[in-house]
Design a protein. Structure first.
Length: 215
């Protein structure tokens, strides 16, 4: 069995990360069998996956998406209740995308599939977006929760984005700089904006999100 990490939390609990669901089940069973009177195991509940359906017809809404999907795509064997509609959003090209939440089984039926909606064929894909603060340029919290200082996402300077004069190749990512400060032996590139889609820190956050998603 592979143990990826083991941490002692402030409240005295121990957090263990393994490499697969099977290892989690094995470890849970062993602890319960051998230490039931001393330890209590709580398995972290994984998030339901989310999918984005691209370029939906204007007639499709949050209210009718499930009925339309089921009626026009019988080969997928979807059932009422398999889909929870979260929200839709307009793109820069003035098309509309729709985000839905599904269970692991439905995710396997829909991921990277083409679905029929009205007279259009629409593509689906994983919807992965990092929780980002645009004041502090860091992840895992929002602007309203932020207690940090203003940090430019382009140059990592202590000023607002609209005040920044930095240009490539002088961009600096504050998240990758912080990683390099605390990981001397594992350097990652930092000469990019923290808004860069290929940012190593962003990709690490998205990978963590994938690991915590049930699919």
């Amino acid at each position: 069995m592979g143990i990826n990490s083991l941490k002692i939390l402030r409240d005295g609990r121990v957090q263990i990360e393994t490499g697969s669901k099977e290892e989690i089940k094995t470890l849970t069973r062993d602890i319960n069998d051998k230490c039931r009177d001393k330890l209590e195991v709580n398995v972290h509940k994984l998030r339901n996956p989310r999918l984005v359906i691209y370029s939906i017809p204007e007639t499709i809404s949050i209210r009718n998406i499930e009925d339309t999907l089921l009626a026009q795509n019988p080969e997928l064997n979807l059932k009422t209740g398999d889909i929870t509609t979260k929200f839709s959003y307009e793109t820069k090209r003035h098309t509309w995308n729709l985000v839905i939440e599904v269970n692991a089984q439905t995710w396997k039926l829909l991921i990277q599939k083409e679905v029929k909606l009205e007279w259009l064929i629409c593509n689906t894909e994983d919807y992965l977006v990092a929780n980002r603060c645009f004041k502090f340029s860091r992840f895992n919290h929002r602007f309203r929760e932020c207690r940090g200082t203003e940090t430019c996402p382009l140059s990592a300077g202590s000023h607002r984005l609209k005040e920044c004069t930095a240009q490539l190749p002088d961009y600096k990512c504050t998240n990758c700089q912080t990683f390099n400060t605390y990981n001397k032996n594992t350097k990652i590139r930092e000469n990019h904006s923290s808004l860069d889609r290929n940012c190593p820190s962003l990709q690490a956050v998205l990978e963590k999100y994938r690991q915590n998603t049930d699919n």
